[in-house]
Design a protein around this ligand. Structure first.
Ligand SMILES: Cc1cc2nc3c(=O)[nH]c(=O)nc-3n(C[C@H](O)[C@H](O)[C@H](O)COP(=O)(O)O)c2cc1C
Length: 147
C-alpha cells in the first residue's frame, strides 16, 4: 500500500443522501459492495468482493476499536461506531458504521454494514480520541515518510 503520497491529507466527503453498504462472511471477507462503497473507497466492486474488509482499514484507526467490534459482534450481535477509512489512492473518508448479522433460517450467515456521513465536529473529536487511544496503547501514530 502506498501511503507516502500527498493524498493521505485528502478527504472524500460521503454524500448526505447516500449509504455505503457492504456485507461480509463471518470472517470479514467482503461478499457485497454497493456502488457508493466502490465510489467512495476508490475501488471497483469487483476489486472489493473477495477481499478482507481491512482493505479499507486506515492506519489512524486504533487496533482496540476493531477488537471491540469483533467482540461486540460475537457477544451482542451488533456494533456501531465512528470509522476513518482508507481509500485506494491513500485518501480517507469518515463514516458512522452500524454492523449487524444477516440471518437465513434463523442461522447467522453473514454480517452487513450500513454507513452514513458524520459531522465535522465528530471527525475532529474522533481523530483526537483515536490518537489518544493509540498513544495509550503504544501504537504508532501518524508519521510521514518522504522517502
Ligand atoms: C460487516 C463488516 C464491515 C466492516 N467494515 C469495516 C470498515 O469499513 N473499515 C474497517 O477498517 N474495518 C471494517 N471491518 C472490520 C475489519 O474486518 C477488520 O477487523 C479491521 O479492518 C481491522 O483489521 P484487522 O482485523 O486485520 O486488524 C468490518 C467488519 C465487518 C464484519
Amino acid at each position: 500500500m502506498q501511503f507516502n503520497n500527498g493524498n493521505f491529507l485528502i478527504e472524500t466527503i460521503v454524500p448526505k443522501d447516500e449509504l455505503i453498504i457492504s456485507r461480509t462472511d463471518l470472517k470479514g471477507i467482503i461478499t457485497y459492495a454497493n456502488d457508493t462503497f466502490a465510489e467512495i473507497s476508490g475501488y471497483s466492486a469487483d476489486e472489493l468482493i473477495g477481499k478482507p474488509h481491512n482493505i479499507v482499514r486506515h492506519p489512524d484507526m486504533p487496533k482496540s476499536v476493531f477488537k471491540e467490534l469483533w467482540e461486540d459482534l460475537q457477544t451482542k450481535g451488533r456494533w456501531s461506531g465512528f470509522v476513518k477509512n482508507l481509500r485506494k489512492d491513500s485518501g480517507f473518508y469518515w463514516v458512522y458504521a452500524e454492523i449487524s448479522g444477516v440471518f437465513k433460517d434463523n442461522k447467522l450467515v453473514e454480517y452487513k454494514s450500513i454507513r452514513t456521513p458524520i459531522s465535522f465536529e465528530d471527525k475532529k473529536k474522533y481523530q483526537l480520541l483515536y490518537d489518544e487511544l493509540k498513544i495509550k496503547n503504544n501504537e504508532k501514530i501518524r508519521k510521514i515518510s518522504y522517502e
